[in-house]
Design a protein around this ligand. Structure first.
Ligand SMILES: C[S@@+](CC[C@H](N)C(=O)[O-])C[C@H]1O[C@@H](n2cnc3c(N)ncnc32)[C@H](O)[C@@H]1O
Length: 311
């Protein structure tokens, strides 16, 4: 299905007519000749989906590697369209492979069971984090970056219209099933968290993503987070504190290293970025990125709870 699209640097969207200028020849919008909003609705409309799939194929055939920017929006009861270009990032490869066993970490099952005392403390912290997130005044257009298997997505989807995104499609399939099980809907996108925002959001959420942002890229990511939000919008995140019992029994986390070696149940290992930020460090970085009222607190052992308002 290649050859039906040709790249145009600027065009009127074939679906809604809105003029759009691309940032460069890797932009999928230019290949599909669809504006970001229509490309984002590709899962809901056969014509838009056809243009998206053809654009992905034609861009690849032209030898453009691109990044993993907006690929597909789908309703919660449809299958995500897989953007095939995420394979070169080891972290995406790791989470693609880990998807079927990812929730064992939340549920303290298998290699993540650390004994009754630690597991009860984990559950108590998880309850605290859930209640904290539930109490935040999130509403309107809510964007979740690096949503994974969607552990937090049902809660977010009850508060507003949720765009649930991740660079890996296997976790998003599980997120979709979770939302469907709760009879909730969201737009599911395969999307790189490093891609520039398309439409402004009222709220942005990341779960266990900031700790995968290397320290030397933290300011850049928080800049993206700020640009997602309308003034007054809320950025909220839950993330990891260092605790030896947080990860699998055969992982050896280090508080100071900025990478972590992760093992899957089948024994494969991956090395990925993992940074244990201090609350004060994050608060300073949030203020420097254009947020006000930044507040990063902790649960007793395992989690950071952060929120800030787009200034
Ligand atoms: C630790 S998991 C967090 C999942 C979920 N937010 C949660 O709280 O359970 C990190 C997620 O980041 C995703 N990821 C890795 N690199 C990414 C990227 N460049 N853009 C978007 N998501 C990415 C992975 O696929 C994975 O689902």
């Amino acid at each position: 299905m290649t050859g039906a699209t040709a790249f145009r640097a600027s065009f009127d969207c074939l679906w809604c007519g809105t003029p759009h200028a691309t940032r460069g020849p890797d932009d999928l919008e230019g290949w599909a000749q669809l504006c970001p909003a229509c490309l984002g609705r590709a899962g809901e409309n056969p014509f838009l989906r056809f243009r998206l799939r053809t654009a992905i194929a034609d861009r690849a055939a032209a030898g453009r590697t691109g990044d993993t920017a907006a690929a597909a929006a789908v309703a919660a009861d449809e299958s995500p369209v897989t953007e095939p270009e995420t394979g070169s990032d080891p972290m995406v490869a790791y989470y693609e492979a880990r998807a079927p066993e990812y929730d064992e970490w939340y549920l303290r099952r298998g290699r993540y069971a650390r004994g009754a005392i630690h597991d009860m403390a984990w559950q108590a912290d998880l309850d605290t984090a859930t209640a904290w997130l539930d109490a935040l005044p999130l509403s309107g257009r809510i964007v979740e970056l690096a949503a994974g298997t969607g552990w937090w997505s049902p809660l977010l989807a009850t508060k507003g219209e949720l765009w649930c995104t991740d660079a890996a499609s296997a976790p998003l399939d599980i997120a979709r099933d979770r939302l469907v099980a709760h009879r909730l809907r969201a737009h599911l996108h395969v999307r790189d968290a490093w891609a520039e925002p398309d439409e402004p959001a009222d709220a942005l959420f990341t779960g266990f993503w900031l700790s995968h942002v290397p320290r030397n890229r933290l300011a850049a990511f928080l800049g993206i987070a700020r640009r997602w939000l309308r003034p007054g919008g809320t950025f909220a995140f839950i993330d990891s504190r260092f605790d030896p019992q947080s990860s699998a029994v055969d992982n050896e986390p280090s508080q100071d290293a900025e990478t972590s070696v992760r093992r899957l149940n089948d024994g494969r290992t991956f090395t990925i970025p993992k940074v244990f930020y201090e609350p004060t460090e994050l608060e300073s970085a949030l203020h420097a990125a254009g947020f006000a009222d930044a507040s990063v607190t902790t649960t007793p052992r395992f989690f950071l709870l952060g929120r800030a308002t787009a200034a």
